[in-house]
Write a protein of this length. Structure first.
Length: 246
């Protein structure tokens, strides 16, 4: 199955806590992980967080300012986000394609403006701020259940089929065959449910397979892998592994 690695923490920064946990079993077809990222002390310099493309949609809660929350995702290339010297975020990372587009605005990158949408994100952010991370998870799970009940989050059978056949997918045609769709149907479905065209979705899957340990599953040769990795992340694989802890 698809196991995205969406975050890469600088190895040299010690006063930083990053935790990710699996959701309850009944939510694992919708949510990949619940995450907490926070500073333990004020940092001497602004922290630049390297966010990797993972095709997932996130709900982000800023625990230092309860008015800051939102729904966000990345493009097909990574982004370096300046989080400042002190921060505390709680995130829900949804699996690709389960968030229903068009019913709630989705931004790119991190959220830095007060939330003004229809979801009760500010109320939930208030509730989260008074709990430790273990207790926060039950609040997050209840919220996801409400999103499922309202059909704002639904299982995506197309991406599920693609993830089940990841090791056999080397092209967009392979992806369409795995999903039992024509290339045109795949184009419409992926664009609507993930925001990615099939070609970009495939680039994200290849990068994620490489980060999970075996670039040979995704790239024709080493030079192709290095070129594609640098284009997606801005780093060669060697420089990336020396700088970041994935």
């Amino acid at each position: 199955m698809y196991n995205p690695k969406g975050n890469s923490k600088e190895k040299t920064v010690q006063s930083l806590q990053f935790v990710e946990v699996e959701p309850p079993s009944h939510l694992r077809g919708f949510v990949h992980r619940f995450l907490e990222l926070k500073t333990n002390d004020t940092l001497s310099d602004d922290y630049r967080f390297h966010a990797l493309p993972d095709a997932c949609t996130y709900i982000v809660f800023d625990q230092l300012d309860s008015k800051i929350a939102g729904v966000t995702k990345l493009r097909a290339s990574s982004e370096e986000l300046n989080l400042g010297k002190a921060f505390h975020y709680i995130n829900i990372r949804f699996l690709p394609g389960v968030w229903q587009g068009g019913r709630e605005p989705v931004d790119y990158g991190m959220v830095d403006n007060p939330y003004s949408g229809d979801l009760p994100l500010i109320e939930i952010n208030h509730s989260l701020s008074s709990r430790d991370f273990a207790a926060k998870q039950s609040v997050l799970a209840e919220f996801v259940e409400s999103l499922i009940d309202s059909n704002l989050v639904v299982a995506n059978l197309v991406t599920e089929k693609i993830f089940l056949h990841l090791d056999e997918i080397y092209s967009v045609s392979d992806m369409a065959a795995a999903a039992d769709l024509s290339p045109r149907q795949l184009q419409r479905t992926l664009k609507r449910t993930t925001g990615f065209a099939p070609h970009d979705f495939l680039k994200v899957l290849r990068l994620q397979q490489a980060l999970n340990g075996d670039p040979s599953l995704s790239y024709a040769d080493q030079s192709h892998f290095i070129h594609s990795f640098r284009k997606a992340t801005g780093y060669t694989p060697g420089r990336f592994s020396r700088k970041f802890d994935v």
